[in-house]
Design a protein around this ligand. Structure first.
Ligand SMILES: Nc1ncnc2c1ncn2[C@@H]1O[C@H](COP(=O)(O)OP(=O)(O)O)[C@@H](O)[C@H]1O
Ligand SMILES: [Mg+2]
Length: 213
């Protein structure tokens, strides 16, 4: 059985789709078979995958869209791929809940802003309910879009807030706000096909942390 990595949060715009495609990209660059599942009706990652498909020189990343109860879909795909990366909508959705019951890892990005962080108590509740049914489920909180300006200490403050949620692992590798993350998406590329070494290193560090356990 392959591993299922689910991206989920109660908030939109915190980077689920960005992380989903770059995680898929990291895995593909490690030589793994990866399926990207877009379970958000907004279809951001499916659109990215379609743009990508039109560019023959880019390594193919297969994708499907799924909605409603995605449990069986994820299970079937995990039997055929090394990794299944599933992107969900920015709310408490049926896709998120049914996905968590079968996933190996829930990755939940937050911006280091109070509005994002305020959604964590509810996410924790939903996560714990899923863990009752799927004790293997691990959860990681990831700070995304951290300010690159070292004077702004938002990420440090957010990190200490995240420590109040021991149900989750807190990824120590931060993802910063970098134009490269926006630019590569609009060209159907992953950060590994782009020219920002820092951005690449951030995704790699996060992945090594998550897959190390
Ligand atoms: N680390 C980052 N640096 C810069 N821009 C980012 C970063 N992560 C996400 N974005 C941008 O923020 C917006 C929301 O990200 P997205 O991945 O679509 O969030 P979600 O899927 O959670 O709604 C997009 O325009 C995306 O390009
Ligand atoms: Mg999205």
């Amino acid at each position: 059985m392959g591993q299922i990595i689910l991206l989920g949060s109660q908030k939109g715009g915190c980077g689920k789709s960005t992380l989903a495609v770059n995680i898929a990209g990291w895995l593909v660059h490690q030589g793994k078979d990866v399926m990207l599942v877009d379970a958000d009706p907004q279809g951001s990652s499916a659109r990215w995958a379609q743009d990508r498909q039109e560019q023959e020189m880019l390594k193919h990343i297969p994708h499907v869209q799924a909605s409603g109860n995605i449990n069986q879909t994820l299970k079937d795909l995990a039997a055929r791929y090394d990794y299944v990366v599933a992107d969900t909508a920015g709310r408490d959705s049926r896709e998120l809940r049914t996905g968590m019951v079968i996933a190996d890892v829930l990755l939940s990005p937050s911006r280091p802003s109070q509005y994002d962080l305020d959604t964590l108590p509810h996410l924790t509740e939903v996560f714990l309910q899923a863990q009752d049914l799927n004790p293997n489920l691990k959860g990681y909180l990831v700070l995304n879009m951290c300010p690159t300006n070292p004077v702004i200490k938002e990420a440090d403050e957010a990190k200490s807030y995240l420590a109040e949620f021991p149900e989750f692992g807190v990824a120590t590798s931060l993802i910063y706000d970098r134009k490269a993350f926006r630019d590569c998406i609009s060209e159907g590329k992953t950060i590994f096909e782009w020219k920002d070494a820092k951005a690449k290193a951030e995704i790699s560090a996060l992945m090594e942390e998550v897959f190390r356990g």
